[in-house]
Design a protein around this ligand. Structure first.
Ligand code: 99T
Length: 206
């Protein structure tokens, strides 16, 4: 029996970061996935009980204690395996964590855009707000392009996992953004990391 349970959805990029890490660090068998469907307007009672913010991922440990959000869960799981940490030591640590934080911020903007366009009735949408979120997303992707060859190089570390999951979510929810044409180095980097078994196994449903 698995010692831990992850509240899970196949379309959540925040959850995907966790499942990619589980693949990369050989911990997949230690975590059972509990699939849930939720949104801010259709909350899930079990998730609310696990995480007062009502968001996934949340991870229940063997002793019943709960961890959230994705950054805390990733840190916990990264400290739990025997291999090399997914966050480099030394001065590179801060660059890695900062790029991972930007990928999370890009995802926050992308998920807010998704909720605003998918859940909110058309006549109640606020275009200036939507545009502001879209611009955050654009600036973040432009920064990812600059990171290719520096923060995004050979190692598939926490920053790389976070950026890859953010790009995967843009492809899922905003294919019209067509970022590959504008950011060719990033497109090339992403094409490479997308072939990793961890990324192939966690692809969101198309
Ligand atoms: O906001 C809600 O009520 C439900 N939303 C979520 O649980 C989303 C799922 S992505 N999760 C987060 O926003 C987690 C963010 C947190 N800071 C973390 O864990 O890092 C679902 C997107 C989709 O299916 O399109």
């Amino acid at each position: 029996m698995s010692a831990m349970t992850l509240f899970y959805s196949a379309t959540s990029p925040f959850v995907r970061k966790v499942t990619v890490l589980l693949h990369e660090t050989g911990q997949l068998a230690d975590v059972a996935l509990q699939e849930v469907a939720l949104s801010p307007t259709t909350p899930n009672a079990e998730v609310n009980a696990a995480n007062p913010a009502g968001k996934i991922p949340a991870l229940r440990l063997a002793d019943g204690s709960l961890l959230y959000d994705s950054r805390v869960i990733l840190d916990y799981l990264d400290q739990r395996h025997a291999g090399q940490s997914l966050v480099p030591a030394g001065p590179q640590r801060w660059a890695c964590l900062t790029l991972a934080a930007l990928a999370d911020a890009a995802l926050d903007a992308a998920v807010l855009i998704r909720y605003e366009t998918f859940l909110r009735p058309q006549d109640k949408r606020w275009n200036d707000w939507l545009q502001g979120q879209q611009e955050k997303l654009e600036r973040a992707v432009a920064r990812f392009e600059q990171a290719v060859g520096s923060e995004l190089a050979d190692s598939f570390d926490l920053a790389a996992i976070s950026v890859a999951c953010a790009l995967g979510y843009i492809d899922l929810r905003q294919p019209e953004m067509d970022w590959r044409q504008r950011y060719p180095q990033l497109a090339n980097w992403y094409a490479g990391v997308s072939q990793r078994p961890s990324m192939l196994a966690t692809q969101p449903p198309g």
